[in-house]
Every structure is written in C-alpha cells, then in structure tokens.
Design a protein around this ligand. Structure first.
Ligand code: GDP
Length: 443
C-alpha cells in the first residue's frame, strides 16, 4: 500500500483516448519524469502537455492530478490521457514503470479506495457491476449501489438493531423482576425484519441482472428446439433440419429479456438411440435440464405426445418449466396435456407466441426479485444478508418465548456483525482477494 501503482485503465483497442492511471505517494514525481510539464499543482485541473521518452516526444497528452484524499483511491493520483490505440498508452505505462511505479494488480485501485475508506465493499461491488452491466436495468442497479444506496439501507437497519440491542442490554443489568417501562422487544424487531425482507429481493434482483439465468430448451427430436432457439435469439444460431438427431452438442446463446440476461441452451433431441455420439448428446441434454434454472420443453403440437414426452413432462412437474407447444401454424393434433406446467402455443416458423414465451421465461427468472430497484451484491454479501434475517427472526422468536434478554441480544449482535460484513468491516485479506480479483487490471 505504500508503493505507487500504474495501469492502463481503459480497454485496449482503437479509440480516441486511453487513460493511464498512477496512484500512490510518488504519483506526481513519477508523472513529472514522463511529462514535459513539470508544474501541474492544481487539483482536478487538466493540462495539455507531451509525453517524453529519452528526450523525444512520444505523444501529445492531457494530464490531471487528484490530490490525496480527494481522488478515487484516496491517494495522490495522476491520470495521463494519451491517444487511443494500444501503443501510446502502453508506452506511457512502460515509462511510468521505468520511473518508479509498479504495475497494478487486478482491482487494486478500487481495493485501495476501499482500504482508504472511500468506498465500502457494497460500493466496490457496484463499481464492478457498472463495468460489466449489459442492460439499462443492470446499469441503474450498479449506479444505485455505487452511490451508496445499499450501504445506507444496510447501515440504517444496523443502527436500528444497535438501538434495540442497547435497550435490551440495559434491561439485563436491571434487578430481578424489574423491567424498563414496557419494552416490547418482539414489536420492535418485527419492523426491522420487514426492512431487511424488503432489501433482500432488491439484492437478489441485482444478482439476477448481473448473472442472469440458464434456460434449457429440451424436447424430442424434430419438435422444433433449434428453430425455437433461433426465434428467441432473433438470429440463425442452431442448425434447423427435418433430419432428427442433428443437434448433438449443447449450443448456447445469450439474450437479454427486459434487462435479465438469459443463457439459452439448445440440446440434443431426447430419444433412445444406438448412436454413441447422439446418446452422449442426450445424456448432456438431461444433465443440462437438471441443472437449468428454467426448462422450456418443446412439444410438436402437430402430432400426439409420445410416451417419452410424457416421462420428461412428468419429471419436470414442480420445477420452473414451460411446455412450448410448437408448430401452432399447423393443424393441432397434440390432444390434451395433463400437466400443471405452464403451456404456451408457439410457432417458431411464424413467430406466433414467441413474445408470450419470452414473458413467461422472464417472470420465471424474476420470481419475487425487485428488478426495478435492484442493488448489487456478491454471493457472499447476499448470504450474509439472509443469515442476518435469520438471526433477527430467531431473535424475535426468543423474545416471544421469553428465552432471556441475553439470548435475544446475542442474536441481534450476530445480525449486526453480518450487516457490517456486507459493508466490508473487518474483511480479511482472503475475502478482499477474492472480491477484487474479479476486477480487471486498471480498475
Ligand atoms: P429440433 O430437432 O427439435 O431442433 O427441430 P428443428 O428446429 O431442427 O426443426 C425440425 C423441423 O421442424 C424442421 O423441418 C423445421 O423447419 C420444422 N419446424 C420447426 N418449427 C416449426 C414451426 O413452428 N412450424 C412448422 N410448420 N415447422 C417447424
């Protein structure tokens, strides 16, 4: 943390500009060694200057310095805006490294911002999500998180618990039989539980917007799985033929449905076969069905369901599954489908019903997530929030059954610690390593 780090913070490729970021106690002195301009003392102001290598002008650049603590990392930071493309930025970085900086590790700028108390762990997650978001909904969730909305919510719940814990702990010190005038512990915990219960679906939504769901398209050969995949994706991705058994591998493609990334997999047609390669395809298809968040079972509506269809449909009962009755442009001959699964009539050929299918996939993916109010968390943070909720519920129960003030206070304390962990308080190196290694170099 005491050294000065540097990295290219923009994506490598042809563009108008690229930015090399230098952060640490020697940021200014390192930058001075590469730049013609020696005096850039004013905080936050951009200067036009040149990048010099061994007395020779290499590029015309803009530079800006942010004085500690008013910078992204909280340290002295100099950013040099070179021309885009790979070479100018790389030369600038190499010069910085030659003049005393060391190359930054993945996520190290943001890690320094966290260690210096500029952002908490939830905001760091928001930064990561802002970089990786693939939809407007995901970007909004990231913006909410990195501007501290989750931190504020978590802190407010934490403080409510702290208040109550304090009141209960005073009671512990009271002499036997005496109580603080009518403290209704259960009545005070319930609103806090409600707050956390409202927050968790927002965090699940953030997870959903970042990571999406996996939907598998399965069914008998020739039911129209590949055609349906192409219709959902909106382009020809999977091979469509009237020869059964053509799709043997799993073909994957991502689509975004109202902000939710959905990874679609087209699978081999489900049938008994002596062909070794096809049989392996069927095995993979069944495995994918078992692992999928959502299963779209495609049935050919122009002919009757086979015994195999029935076996698979029954196996999907109770799961997040839809029966897509395909080929609705042909006369229907499928008969009644005795299943509790959602059924949608579609035609991969004409596009009829495809929007309805998308809507059902979307609502199955979203379930009770608050997609329009999403906030970003990592799996670890979401788990801590859920555990904190569990602690609060047990705390409430302990108050109802009169398990003792110390038990209730202990559970509230545990919930509080978990909430602080969401914000990264007392986070160990291991956690920080796993968190920041998900970032790219330069962030
Ligand atoms: P898969 O084996 O389940 O992947 O099925 P394909 O997508 O390869 O389609 C098998 C055959 O059914 C092809 O000849 C397609 O043109 C045809 N097909 C697929 N969907 C439809 C549809 O909605 N209507 C009609 N009429 N034919 C379809």
């Amino acid at each position: 943390m005491n050294d000065t780090i540097a990295a290219i913070s923009t994506a490598l490729g042809e563009g108008a500009i690229a930015i090399v970021r230098i952060s640490g106690p020697d940021a200014v002195s390192v930058a001075r060694k590469l730049l013609a301009r020696q005096n850039f003392p004013e905080h936050g102001r951009m200067y036009l200057t040149t990048l010099i290598d061994d007395g020779e002008v290499v590029d015309r650049v803009m530079c800006v310095n942010f004085k500690s603590p008013k910078s992204y990392t909280g340290e002295d930071v100099v950013e040099i805006h070179t021309h885009g493309g790979i070479l100018a930025a790389q030369t600038c970085l190499e010069l910085a490294l030659r003049n005393g900086a060391r190359i930054a590790e993945a996520g190290e700028f943001t890690r320094r911002a966290f260690v210096n108390g500029h952002i908490d762990l939830s905001q760091a997650e928001g930064v990561l999500s802002a970089i990786t978001s693939r939809s407007n909904e995901a970007l909004r969730a990231a913006a909410r998180t990195l501007t501290g909305e989750l931190s504020r919510e978590v802190m407010s719940i934490h403080n409510d618990i702290l208040d109550l814990q304090g009141k209960i702990e005073i009671q512990i010190d009271f002499p036997e039989g005496e109580t603080l005038n009518g403290l209704d512990v259960s009545g005070e915990i319930v609103p806090i539980i409600r707050e956390l219960e409202a927050l968790i679906p927002r965090c699940s939504a953030g997870m959903l917007l970042s990571h999406g769901v996996r939907a598998v398209i399965a069914g008998r050969p020739n039911a129209g799985k590949s055609s349906l995949m192409n219709a959902l994706v909106g382009k020809k991705r999977a091979i469509v033929t009237e020869i059964p058994g053509t799709t043997r591998d799993i073909i994957e493609e991502s689509v975004i449905i109202s902000g939710v990334p959905v990874r679609l997999s087209d699978t081999a047609g489900l049938r008994g076969t002596d062909d070794v390669i096809e049989a392996e395809g069927v095995r993979l298809a069944i495995e994918a069905m078992n692992e999928a968040d959502i299963c779209v079972y495609v049935a050919d509506g122009s002919c009757e369901l086979t015994a195999e269809d029935w076996d698979y449909i029954r196996a999907l009962e109770g799961r997040n599954a839809i029966i897509a009755v395909n080929k609705s442009d042909l006369p229907e001959n499928i008969g009644g489908i005795d299943s509790s699964l959602a059924k949608i009539h579609v035609s991969a050929k004409t596009g009829a019903g495809i929007e309805d299918l998308r809507r059902v996939i979307y609502s199955m993916a979203v379930k009770d997530c608050a997609v329009n109010a999403g906030l970003n968390v990592s799996a670890f943070q979401l788990e801590e929030l859920r555990e904190a909720l569990q602690d609060l519920k047990e705390g409430e129960e302990s108050a109802v059954i009169g398990a003792g003030e110390d038990v209730t206070a202990g559970l509230l304390g545990s919930a509080r610690v978990r909430l602080l962990r969401v914000l990264g308080v007392d986070a160990g190196d291991e956690l920080l390593d796993s968190m920041f290694s998900r970032f790219c170099v330069g962030k």
